[in-house]
Design a protein around this ligand. Structure first.
Ligand code: C2E
Ligand code: MG
Ligand code: MG
Length: 706
């Protein structure tokens, strides 16, 4: 079977059919030969028999005729009467001799040698007796008659008997030969039947072998293909020969390896952090949930560590993003080699934030691990010959002591890390005291994770007025937290912590979705106002903001030109390369971009100009003192002029009175935002305000769209 599967199917079929055809061809030729043989033998036998009998009978007839004419001589007294008879007797004698000579010369004469010798012997005696009788006739008829009776006639009878014996021997031989021919016929028939049987057997065996050699591997190949389709990539490979099916098996095997490699790659992309090769956030949360389930059923503890690198943003800013990346890789290596067990799961969640899952360890063991992690970063990290000091803050929360769900444990570990960072303590274990801390802001933060789910967030809208027309062209969406017990909480009290812990991503997604939904509703009502949404530093570096925005716009059916994202200077400076890439993609989508709180960071306008932004918002701290502080007035004036030179729209935040508004109009500021026009308002209040503003401004002036 192995040899068969190493031979191509086409060759196998050709060989099998060739063998069967050759056997049949040989059988046909053999049969024809045998028929030819038996027919030839029969014909020769028949001819020889006929010839011998005819000659023998001719000789007998001539001899008998000669004897009759001899008798005639006795009846003829005159010699003249006898002379013609002599002539006749001579003619008969020649006939007889010719027949006997022919018998002697016949092809099969050697077979009847003794009978022929008998014939010749008796013929000679007969001829002598006959001649003596003829001689006697001329002398004395009576003597001749006596001679005839005494010698010639017995000699004739002997000769006739010898000829009869010859005929008998010949017919016996013919019978024997006939028997031989019959035997030959039977043998030929048997041989032909055997050859036919061999041909049929050969055909059956070839058909069976070929069918098996094709059907079985094909069935195995079909199973392999089904296994691959079902995602079972480790199933046994059927034995692959060198034939066409073998080729198919090898191709399927290649396909299987290709699929496995791509699946691994997809899994890597989906579950691994591409920078450090560590598990990513998705995988970490999945494993945390699984580990919690296992811990609940087996009643063993579990600990969660959140580790955030101190002052990483500064390192990134000073040394640049590529160095920051390499530093993170080194940090990951240090953490990995801090004596972790195989079952522990270290993941990079975002930016400089790592998390560690200790599936079977309690608080004390987790504290040991935290010490080791912090210790692993004690030695400065060398990069390009430069020693960089790195430290980290770690927060610890354990199951069951500090919570029994993934969300609660993560939020408590985040809180502990936040406290560690504030206090510069290295690591802090969660304690319920933390939540009862005097810091009111901090005490609220552990609830933040559930705020989105409980629908506790809401948006307020603050108008941005066009100058000098004083019409509302756009609105800034500002988030508020409607805490069940503490009432409305301003963003300053929870956004910094949300940024610190990475939870800001969830808040940003929620704000984008609701703000765009509101703007889309306004547009449908014939009020196409721009909506400004604030975006954090972390949003730019830790998630694919352009994809998130594209998803929201598509879901809400909002024209991208109606959305403007406000980004602070520090967000851009934290990771300029990544920020530029994200901002460019957003810009290509048609989304407007604005630099928020301009003047509070250290970036130059010249640098910001390189970014694809359209708007610049001067921080309210400069605007509010515009009419009192000549320094601020100069900053605002030069910012407006420079921004205009760079083709940017300028918005002044924190406009609280008419005097400042007048100054801004004089300086050529494009838009103003502040309590003087309207405070941030809930949607219903804003609707009312807007209707009032339109009425006050006369005919609708929502003109000058881009
Ligand atoms: P911002 O983006 O610069 O927003 C403007 C802030 O100035 C708002 O404070 C607004 O109420 C306040 N403001 C407006 N006009 C005046 C005025 O005439 N005088 C004074 N004194 N203040 C005025 P708010 O709503 O408390 O927001 C504070 C900051 O929180 C925002 O500053 C923004 O950085 C952040 N924030 C607010 N909502 C969000 C959000 O949805 N996402 C993110 N990432 N950050 C947000
Ligand atoms: Mg803003
Ligand atoms: Mg601002």
């Amino acid at each position: 079977m192995r040899i068969l599967s190493n031979t191509r199917i086409a060759t196998r079929l050709s060989l099998a059919f060739g063998a069967v055809l050759a056997t049949m061809g040989f059988m046909i030729l053999f049969s024809l030969g045998q028929i030819e043989n038996t027919t030839g033998s029969s014909q020769r036998l028949a001819t020889a028999s006929l010839n011998t009998v005819t000659l023998a009978r001719d000789a007998q007839a001539a001899a008998q005729a000669g004897a009759v004419h001899l008798h005639e001589l006795f009846m003829l007294p005159a010699q003249s009467q006898r002379i013609p008879v002599y002539t006749t007797i001579d003619a008969q004698a020649r006939k007889r001799e010719a027949a006997i000579s022919a018998l002697l010369a016949a092809e099969d004469a050697p077979h009847y040698r003794s009978q022929l010798d008998g014939v010749v012997y008796y013929r000679d005696r007969y001829v002598n007796a006959f001649d003596a009788t003829v001689e006697a006739v001329e002398l004395d008829v009576d003597v001749a008659r006596a001679q005839m009776i005494a010698h010639t006639m017995p000699a004739l009878e002997d000769m006739l008997a010898a000829l009869d014996a010859l005929v008998t021997a010949q017919s016996e031989r013919a019978t024997l030969k006939l028997l031989g021919i019959n035997t030959l016929k039977a043998e030929s028939r048997d041989a032909i039947l055997s050859l036919g049987g061999v041909a049929v057997l050969l055909a059956c065996l070839s058909a069976l072998a070929i069918t098996r050699s094709i059907a079985r591997p094909l069935a195995q190949t079909e199973k392999l293909a089904r296994d691959i389709a079902a995602g079972e990539l480790g199933s046994m490979l059927p034995l692959a020969g060198k034939d066409e099916v073998g080729g198919l098996i090898r191709a399927l095997d290649d396909m299987r390896h290709g699929i496995a490699a791509r699946e691994t790659r997809i899994a890597d992309l989906a579950f691994k952090d591409s920078l450090t090769g560590l598990p990513n956030r998705t995988l970490f949360i999945d494993r945390l949930r699984q580990a919690l389930e296992a811990a609940r059923s087996s009643a063993h503890p579990l600990s969660l560590l959140v580790l955030d690198i101190d002052r990483f943003k500064t390192v990134n800013n000073v040394l640049g993003h590529p160095v920051g990346d390499r530093l993170l890789v080194q940090i990951a290596e240090r953490l990995k080699s801090a004596g972790l067990r195989d079952s522990d799961l270290l993941a990079r969640i975002a930016g400089d934030e790592f998390r560690l899952l200790l599936p079977t360890q309690d608080v004390d063991q987790a504290v040991d691990v935290a010490r080791r992690l912090i210790g692993a970063l004690h030695e400065p990290i060398e990069l390009d010959g430069q020693a960089i000091d790195v430290s980290a803050s770690v927060g610890i929360a354990s199951f069951p002591a500090h919570g029994d769900s993934a969300d609660v444990l993560m939020s408590r570990a985040d809180l502990a890390m936040y406290v560690a960072k504030q206090g510069g303590d290295g690591f802090v274990c969660f304690d319920s005291m933390l939540e009862r801390s005097t810091d009111q802001g901090l005490s609220l933060l552990s609830d933040l994770r559930r705020a989105v789910d409980r629908n506790e967030l809401t948006l307020h809208f603050q108008p941005k007025m066009k100058l000098p027309e004083r019409t509302c062209g756009s609105v800034e969406a500002l988030v508020r937290w409607r805490h069940p017990t503490r009432g409305m909480i301003p963003p300053d009290q929870f956004i910094p912590f949300a940024e610190e812990t990475g939870f800001i991503r969830n808040i940003t997604c929620w704000v984008l979705e609701s703000a765009c939904a509101t703007a889309a509703a306004w547009a449908r009502d014939g009020r196409p106002l721009d909506i400004n949404v604030n975006v954090s530093t972390r949003d730019l570096v830790s998630m694919d903001l352009p994809s998130v925005v594209a998803g929201v716009l598509a879901r809400q059916g909002l024209n991208p030109a109606l959305l403007c994202l406000e980004i602070t200077e520090s967000a851009i400076m934290g990771d300029p390369t990544l920020a530029l890439a994200s901002l460019s993609r957003l810009n290509e989508m048609g989304v407007r971009l604005s630099i928020d709180d301009f003047g509070t960071g250290y970036s130059s306008l010249a640098y910001l100009k390189k970014l694809p932004v359209q708007e610049l918002k001067i921080d309210r701290s400069f605007v509010m003192n515009l009419d009192r502080d000549s320094g601020d007035a100069m900053i605002v004036r030069s910012t407006i002029e420079l921004a205009h030179n760079f083709g940017l729209q300028v918005v002044a935040e924190g406009v609280e009175n008419e005097h400042i508004c007048q100054t801004l109009i004089r300086l050529g500021c494009d838009e103003a935002q502040g309590y003087h026009f309207g405070r941030p308002m809930p949607a219903d209040d804003f609707d009312e305000w807007y209707r009032g503003s339109v009425t006050a401004a006369g005919p609708v002036q929502r003109i000058a769209r881009r």
